[in-house]
Each structure stands twice: as structure tokens, then as C-alpha cells.
Ligand binder design. Sequence first.
Ligand code: SAH
Length: 213
Amino acid sequence: MTFDADSKMQFVFALRSKGVTDTAVLSAMEKIDRGLFIKGYFAERAYEDMPLPIACGQTISQPSVVGLMTQALQVGPRDKVLEVGTGSGYQAAILSQLARRVYTVDRHRRLVTQARRVFDTLELANITAFTADGSFGLPDQAPFDRILVTAAAEDPPGPLLAQLKIGGIMVVPVGQSDAVQHLIRVIRTETGFDYEEMRPVRFVPLVEGLGKD
Ligand code: SAH
């Protein structure tokens, strides 16, 4: 399978039918070939709207979920964004089309190394990927205009809330890992945080510490 005109049309059609309407998000997803982020057997299913397995027992999210989360994040061209959970790097690549600068972290070094290779191939020079436990954020680069967490937490992690600018937005799946989780959008105000519950989702859990590989 290649990301040719036909598969792009079907890919974007599926995104629209699931509620992704933001034209900047749609054009980013039409530009970045999801097939480059999936290795081996499953690569041929890259343009279907489903999550797929990647290395280290993790998953690349379903395209419509990537679209809806990105849309909810309301990223602007001047924004500095933190993504927790690099995984394949696909979500970071989409963010890189919309933001000024993207920092992405994963607890698996192997995933970070593979994702960096794809970023280099696509010349996505505004992404910096680190191996780190993202539940502590990235204090050296904080504060952030936007934070996107792509692994499920039981609560929005305190250090991430603290690294959000006033007026900043964080989108995070919240709930027990074996139950239904909900996407939560958090907006930092002058005086605190506003929380808005969005749709139910299923993500792999946010895990403490670094992975073995
Ligand atoms: N956004 C990814 C998919 C993420 S899957 C993509 O576009 O492909 C969730 C990822 O979160 C996994 O790769 C997992 O290793 C990572 N993760 C889980 N807990 C983490 C933590 N505490 N810090 C950093 N990454 C974490």
C-alpha cells in the first residue's frame, strides 16, 4: 500500500465521518504518511482507521483518535507543545505541522530511536524526542502552550499541570487502564484548571520509570 491519491481520499473521508473537521488537522494528516510509522506485517493496514501494534508491546493510535485529540488541543503556529508517549512518532509528526516546536518523550529508548529516524527522513526539524518518564514532564523546556498525553493516567499528572502555561490546554486520557477511559481537556486559567470530559477512549497505561529497551 502507498499513500496515493485514492488512499488519501479514503483516509480523510474516514476522519471526517468520525468528527475530525479542523482543516489544518486534516491537511496535516493528509500530508504525513502513517505507513512510514508502522513496520512489518501491519504496515499494509496503515490507512485503516484502527490502532495497530508497534514495538515494545505498544500501539499506534487510531487515526480518528489522533485527529480528534489534535483538534481538541487547538494548536497554533506559535505554540510549544509537549507530547507524552512518542510511540511510533506519528502523533508528534502531525503536531509538528501545526506547532512551532514539539517535544516528545517516551519511556522506551527503542521507540524514540525509531521515531527519530522517521522524523529525519521527513525532515521534521521542529521535533525533539527524548527518552524519559513523561509523567514528570520536561522541566527544562517548561512551560508549554499545549500538552498531549497519549497514554492513560488515573489522574492528570501534577507535574504536567504545573508545566502548562496560563491559557494553555492539555488533553489526556484518564481512567483505569483495564476500564473505559475518557479523554479530558484541561484548560489552565488565571486561578486554576477547568476540566471538560470528552469521549470514551482506550489507551495503553502511563507507566512509571523507563522501559527495559
Ligand atoms: N502517540 C503514539 C502512541 C502512543 S502509545 C503514536 O503516535 O504512535 C503510548 C506510549 O506511551 C507508549 O509508547 C509508551 O511507551 C508510552 N508511555 C507510557 N508511559 C510513559 C511514561 N511514563 N513516560 C513516557 N512515555 C510513556
